[in-house]
Design a protein around this ligand. Structure first.
Ligand code: NCD
Length: 311
């Protein structure tokens, strides 16, 4: 959140009490959602626009559900990036959205920093739903909520983030959040997919999957983001799976009560074995999706508080 608390653009810079407050509120939305009730008076008369310049299934749908469960009018705008000059289009879009007087703007863009730029130009609260390789703050919050519910805490846990860290905004947001909350973060992957900034961020880097996973409480797998790769950063999918794909053999090095996470979309047989992904005991992948709706309800609730006060 920015100092004004009007936007949610990144996890970097957020303080533990702010994160804790969001997770606590999200917890109450988990219970509300499970009870089948809604709270439609909270955002009644407010407009939420989902502005997605990149593909999405889970994130867009869960923001839509979150907005609707709180009573907002939700509009989905999918924008093709293929034929547009991004700078101009973004500013034009900002002017259009301002004229429509929307209250909450959820933005996904393939350029890092696009939501920050929009936040300077629109009156609405802007929520970053993933920008380039920069951040995906609500994903990190929902991951933290999932871990906290399973493990009872974040502090002191060993979390191994494996795979294409270089292109992953999910990894970046998670590294900031988990480090801030006192977890021990490791990243695992081939040298070509581990960014140099990992050392600066204070995480331990491993290139050997078995060593990186050893003793982990949480193993978080990442998709190979081939659409963001320039040149051949990885060998064949088969070879990649041999070294960095999560199967039960590699997972045996983790703690006995390890949980396995993946933000989706999954490439089964590339970064994760189907049997591990579907393991009813260790895999919490479906729970992550459920937490996504609750976390987004909490974020919409908190960000709209300021403006509700002014009504
Ligand atoms: C991720 C994303 O878009 O950053 N997906 C998601 O939001 N759940 C990860 C990915 O695309 O691999």
């Amino acid at each position: 959140m920015t100092p004004s608390h009007r936007h949610l653009l990144q996890i970097e810079g957020m303080h533990p009490p702010q994160i804790e407050a969001m997770l606590d509120l999200a917890e109450s939305y988990v219970l509300l959602n499970r009870s089948g009730k809604t709270q439609r008076d909270l955002l009644r008369g407010r407009t939420l626009i989902n502005l997605f310049f990149e593909d999405s299934t889970r994130t867009r749908t869960s923001f839509e559900l979150a907005g609707k469960r709180l009573g907002a009018d939700v509009i989905n705008m999918s924008v093709s990036t293929s034929s547009v000059n991004k700078g101009e289009t973004l500013l034009d879009t900002a002017a259009t959205l301002n004229a429509m007087m929307c209250d909450l703007l959820v933005v996904r863009h393939d350029q890092s920093g696009a939501p920050n730029l929009l936040a300077q130009k629109v009156d609405a609260s802007v929520i970053n739903a993933g920008d380039g390789t920069h951040e995906h703050p609500t994903q990190a919050l929902l991951d933290a909520l999932t871990i906290r519910r399973r493990k009872g805490r974040l502090q002191g846990l060993i979390v191994a983030i494996c795979g294409d860290v270089l292109h992953s905004r999910v990894a970046r947001s998670n590294i900031h959040l988990l480090s801030a909350m006192g977890a021990i973060v490791r990243v695992i992957g081939p040298t070509t997919l581990i960014p140099a900034e990992c050392a600066r961020l204070g995480v331990d880097v491993f290139h050997d999957m078995n060593k990186g996973i050893a003793g982990a409480d949480v193993v978080m797998m990442l998709r190979l983001q081939r659409e963001r790769m320039v040149g051949g950063l990885v060998p064949s999918a088969r070879e990649y799976f041999r070294f960095y794909g999560l199967d039960f053999e590699k997972l045996a090095h983790a703690k006995r009560d390890v949980i396995v996470m993946h933000p989706g979309p999954m490439n089964r047989g590339v970064e994760i074995d189907s049997a591990v992904a579907d393991d009813p005991v260790r895999s919490v992948i479906k729970e992550q999706v459920e937490m996504g709706v609750a976390v987004r309800m909490a974020v919409l609730d908190i960000l709209s508080r300021e403006s509700r006060r002014n009504v």
